[in-house]
Structures are given as C-alpha cells and as structure tokens.
Write a protein that binds this ligand. Structure first.
Ligand SMILES: Nc1ncnc2c1ncn2[C@@H]1O[C@H](COP(=O)(O)OP(=O)(O)O)[C@@H](O)[C@H]1O
Ligand SMILES: [Mg+2]
Length: 324
C-alpha cells in the first residue's frame, strides 16, 4: 500500500501570557491509503492540536515546525487556501459536537447539498438526489423528510449522522474524526462508530480517529498512537499494542476505561495526578510523577522513542514485560 499522509517531526507551540506552551513535540506518523489510525490520550495531551496542525487549521498564536506530506506532495508550505481545497475533496473532518459545524437554523437539505454544489459543482437536482442517497448511506429513515428538518430538531446521534454524510459527500481519501462520539450515549456511540467503519471499508477511506477512550479505537483502527503531554509515547499496530503493551501510561488508560458491567455507583478508576504544565520544561519522563513503576532514572532523564520491533515504538526506560 502506498503512503497517504506522512507527518515528520512535527511540533506545535503556542505563544501564551505564561510563556511558550508546548502542545505537540516532534511527532512522526505515517498513514497508508485506506488505513485507520487511532490517536488516544487524556484530555490536554495534544490530540486535537495534532489533527488541526495537520489540516492547517491552527490559530495565529501557534507555530508549527516539521513537514507534512500528503499523497506525495509536501503541503507544509502551501498557502492556506490551497490546503483548504484539500478538505472536502481530499480530507474531511467530523467534530465532537456537530452543532458547532452545522447551522442549527438552516435545513439539513440545504446544508448537505451546499457541499455538493459548491465543491463538486453539481446542479441542484443532482445534488438533491445525491443528498438522499447519502442520507440512506448513513441509515437515516425517510431521507426525503430529513432534508426539510432543522438540526435543532434532531437528536445528537442523528446530527452526527448528518455530519458524517456531509463529511463523506465528496468521497475524501482521509477522514479526521475528533472525538466523534464523545457527546453520545454508549449505544448510539457504538452505532455511529460501526457506521463510520462501514463507510470507510466501502470506499477504502483512510481515517484518523481521535479519542480519549482506548476502548473506542480497539475495534476500529489498524494502528494506534498514544499521546501524553504532547509526545507520542506508544505507537504500534492495534493488535500488537494490546497483546504486547509497553507503556505504563497506556496500561493506566486501559484500566480507566469504564466497562458496561461496572456496577452503577461504584467509582471508576481514573489515573491519579495530572498532566505536567506544558509551559514548563521539567527534566525526566513526563509521566514519572504518576507512574506506579517510577525509578530515579525516570525522574532524571526523559526516555527516547525506542524501536521495540514489530513496528512497535515506545518511550519508557522500563517497559512492561521487560525489554526484548
Ligand atoms: N489555542 C490555544 N492556545 C493555547 N494553548 C492551546 C490552544 N489550543 C490548545 N492548547 C493547549 O495545547 C495542549 C493540547 O491541547 P489539545 O490538543 O486540545 O488536547 P486534547 O485534544 O488531547 O484534549 C493543551 O495544553 C491545551 O491547553
Ligand atoms: Mg481534543
């Protein structure tokens, strides 16, 4: 398979009143055509900034370094409007809260056909037909009636389906989904994720799925990048990651997944402590203060990204299961 997206040594800093904030540090990631990558980590670990930096959607207070190659083309230096042209036709994005991307008081039909007439140059009649077909694809019953509805009349799950229909309407090669199901209840979450995966397989669409929930990515991605404090701390094919986990942080994330069988009222395990302050430059492993296996070496020196074989990389002096 050929390379679709390659991010090399990307860092993002924000100028803040408290000094430089390091949001993403030297991240390198590659996605092949049709492949799906999960980006996982606690809130504040840099997942959204990484996705937005890749799509050229950072605010002006941000500085990005490193290179981004899309379909063999270096898009790092492209002017903003050319990068914007890539979305819709090349890349598309689904957000956590569809209400920020949908206009609540404009009919679903006009929002859906707009992307088709503007981006694909379709006439109104063809766009309407295509819109109905898209609504069928995202399993919306009675698509004709849906075209006349307003987003504010719909449930969260239905809105997210509309967002997905808009995102896939121009058949992108790459879909960014940033916490697409976080606002939904568990059953609807599962349905929406299954739907995304089905659409992906039908058209061999690649995906970057961003979530704080390791359970969400497990069944829907080919490989996983675990982020902590702006670093990729573990990067491996999904099956390899779960069968041969190296990072104490990934293990802690796994333990913090709420399970359906958890008795109601019992406390969910959370990872004790907090992320380090991203405006400070502390020595050592950023997870040291929260790690159950911490040693003096961990507090003194930051571990490099280590190649553990089987395309499995990790950042730890004392990986789980020992060093091979
Ligand atoms: N516009 C911004 N200005 C300053 N800091 C920001 C901005 N956006 C994000 N950050 C900071 O960057 C870090 C990573 O944030 P983010 O990527 O949103 O985390 P995640 O998506 O993993 O929850 C956080 O420390 C956050 O506070
Ligand atoms: Mg985020």
């Amino acid at each position: 398979m050929s390379s679709l997206l390659k991010i090399d040594d990307m860092s993002v800093r924000f100028a803040t009143p408290r000094g430089d904030l390091k949001a993403v540090n030297n991240v390198s990631i590659e996605l092949l055509k049709g492949e799906s990558l999960g980006v996982v980590g606690e809130s504040g670990s840099g997942k959204t900034v990484l996705s937005r930096a890749t799509m050229g959607l950072l605010p002006s207070t941000a500085t990005r370094t490193g290179t981004i190659t899309y379909q063999g083309q270096d898009i790092t230096a492209l002017p903003k409007d050319e990068v914007r042209e890539l979305w819709g036709t090349g890349m598309a994005m689904i957000f956590q809260d569809p209400m920020t991307a949908l206009n609540p008081v404009r009919r679903v039909g006009s929002q859906l056909t707009e992307s088709l007439t503007v981006r694909l140059g379709m006439n109104k009649k063809d766009a309407k037909e295509k819109a109905i077909e898209l609504l069928k694809r995202v399993r919306i019953p009675d698509p004709e009636a849906m075209l006349r509805k307003f987003p504010y009349q719909l449930s969260g799950g239905m809105r997210q389906r509309i967002m997905i229909a808009i995102a896939v309407s121009c058949e992108p090669e790459l879909l960014f989904a940033d916490e697409p199901t976080t606002a939904l209840d568990v059953t609807v979450q599962a349905q929406v994720l299954d739907l995304i995966t089905e659409l992906r397989k039908e058209s061999n669409m690649a995906m970057i799925l961003v979530t704080h929930d390791l359970g969400v990515v497990a069944g829907h991605t080919d490989k996983i990048a675990v982020m902590y404090a702006g670093d990729v701390v573990e990067y491996a094919p999904t099956r390899e990651l779960f069968s041969n986990m190296k990072m104490p942080y990934t293990e802690a994330l796994l333990k913090s997944i709420p399970r359906l069988e958890t008795p109601t009222g019992s406390r969910l395990p959370v990872i004790e402590g907090r992320l380090p302050d991203p405006t400070k430059n502390e020595p050592g492993c950023p997870f040291a203060n929260r790690c159950p296996y911490v040693t003096d070496k961990c507090r003194a020196e930051k571990p490099p990204l280590t190649d553990g074989g089987n395309n499995h990389f990790y950042r730890c002096w004392f990986p789980l299961g020992g060093v091979k």
